[in-house]
Design a protein around this ligand. Structure first.
Ligand SMILES: *[C@@H]1O[C@H](CO)[C@@H](O)[C@H](O)[C@H]1NC(C)=O
Ligand SMILES: *[C@@H]1O[C@H](CO)[C@@H](O)[C@H](O)[C@H]1NC(C)=O
Ligand SMILES: *[C@@H]1O[C@H](CO)[C@@H](O)[C@H](O)[C@H]1NC(C)=O
Ligand SMILES: *[C@@H]1O[C@H](CO)[C@@H](O)[C@H](O)[C@H]1NC(C)=O
Ligand SMILES: *[C@@H]1O[C@H](CO)[C@@H](O)[C@H](O)[C@H]1NC(C)=O
Ligand SMILES: *[C@@H]1O[C@H](CO)[C@@H](O)[C@H](O)[C@H]1NC(C)=O
Length: 349
């Protein structure tokens, strides 16, 4: 057992140490929509976001660029609503679906409908009736056959939203027994989220900002956000997130092999920023704890790349001898130890 693991440990350093996130610059200035399209050309790559602004990598990333586009956009229908139009952080948004009563029927869809307080996942292009709610949370059943997007736009045209009952209890307020679209959809194909846009929970606008323009940029000098007209060409840095959050359940060693088979390794977290960043990215996992690339062996903790483990991160002497390290998506304590044979989700990088 230990012999096999040592071999694996010796093999892993062949994988070049890879940072969690990387940046690439586009060679010239582009308007916002072109910048976004160019960044989206590779999977897991997008314009800069809030998370990047808080990562130490950013100063390296934006080096000598004065002002760069971020994925911040203003809602075209609402002058005061700004949101992150970003596939990477959207995938890290908390999954709101687990507390709802779903049917198994048609579970492959990316948009949600409701019927008699039961949730269905449906293909977004299907044409259905839908529920709009006004700002008093009154739900109206609209008997027009529309795709989910058309229905959302229809409700928004009268300053209403596709109904968004956040719990099964609230869903009972929708009296109709008939099936209709509601405002729940899968962001980036994975995580279920509400279509209504929430206020930004953190803002860093520069003095006097935002002005009347609709696209958000980041001033490297001021470390502040600024709004610019979307058609204006500006510098572009694309953020590349190398993480692969695997929602299959495997033992620690199987997880290690799964990552290696994809030219990656179980994620190594050797600083607090990386630790915080990965915590934000594991919301969609099915297990509360996920394997990371650390194991207790021969009297000490080892990261799979051979780097030292910060003393505070894992307990000096684990309770079980066969211990591997996890990160928890709910518990804000540092690393937790688990029996290595437990079957958990994991993160490759
Ligand atoms: C990119 O994402 C698409 C859609 O999720 C997927 O089908 C494709 O395999 C991905 N490509 C790579 C190189 O990961
Ligand atoms: C516009 O957005 C703000 C902030 O998100 C929100 O408080 C307000 O209700 C919205 N107005 C309309 C008309 O939707
Ligand atoms: C929403 O509430 C505001 C303030 O109470 C009101 O002025 C507005 O007309 C309402 N909008 C709708 C669509 O009912
Ligand atoms: C709307 O959809 C229903 C149910 O699918 C169907 O019976 C009806 O014919 C459709 N109406 C129109 C106008 O397309
Ligand atoms: C959004 O922010 C505005 C202004 O700070 C506040 O009045 C409003 O209650 C917030 N809306 C939500 C849904 O938090
Ligand atoms: C952005 O640039 C592209 C390519 O030059 C152009 O087709 C598009 O209309 C521009 N968009 C805006 C909003 O200016």
């Amino acid at each position: 057992m230990h012999g096999r693991l040592l071999v694996l440990l010796l093999l892993t350093p062949a994988v070049v140490s890879q940072s969690l996130t990387a940046c690439s610059f586009l060679e010239r200035d582009f308007n916002w929509s072109t910048a976004q399209t160019l960044c989206h050309r590779s999977n897991g790559t997008d314009l800069l976001s809030l998370d990047l602004v808080s990562l130490p990598g950013l100063s390296f990333c934006t080096g000598d660029l004065g002002m760069v586009w971020t994925s911040l956009r203003r809602d075209t229908l609402n002058d005061s609503a700004w949101f992150w139009d970003n596939t990477i952080i959207a995938a890290g948004t908390e999954d709101v679906s687990s507390s709802l009563s779903w049917t198994e029927e048609g579970s492959g869809g990316h948009c949600a409908s409701i019927k008699d307080s039961t949730w269905y996942s449906r293909r977004c292009s299907e044409r259905r009736f839908f529920y709009c709610s006004n700002n008093n949370s009154q739900h109206e059943y609209v008997e027009l056959n529309m795709s989910w997007e058309e229905a959302r736009d229809y409700c928004q045209r009268d300053s209403r939203t596709l109904s968004s009952p956040h719990t099964d209890l609230e869903a009972q307020d929708i009296e109709g027994k008939k099936e209709g679209w509601v405002g729940l959809y899968r962001v980036g194909g994975d995580t279920w989220a509400w279509a209504e846009r929430h206020n930004l929970s953190y803002t860093a606008w520069g003095p006097g900002e935002p002005v009347t323009s609709d696209c958000g940029a980041f001033s490297v000098e001021q470390q502040k956000w600024k709004s610019f007209p979307c058609e204006r060409p500006l510098r572009v840095a694309c953020h590349n997130d190398n993480l692969e959050v695997v929602t299959e359940r495997k033992s620690w060693e199987e997880a290690l092999q799964h990552c290696a088979g994809r030219g990656k390794r179980l994620v190594v977290l050797n600083n607090m920023q990386d630790y915080q960043y990965v915590r934000k990215r594991i919301y969609q996992t099915q297990t509360d704890q996920v394997w990371v690339g650390v194991r207790f062996l021969a009297g000490r903790w080892w990261w799979v790349d051979g780097s030292p483990v910060q003393e505070q991160l894992y307990p000096q002497c684990p309770e079980q001898y066969e211990a591997c390290g996890t990160l928890s998506k709910r518990d804000n304590t540092m690393g937790l130890t688990q029996d290595c044979s437990r079957r958990l989700n994991f993160v490759c990088n």
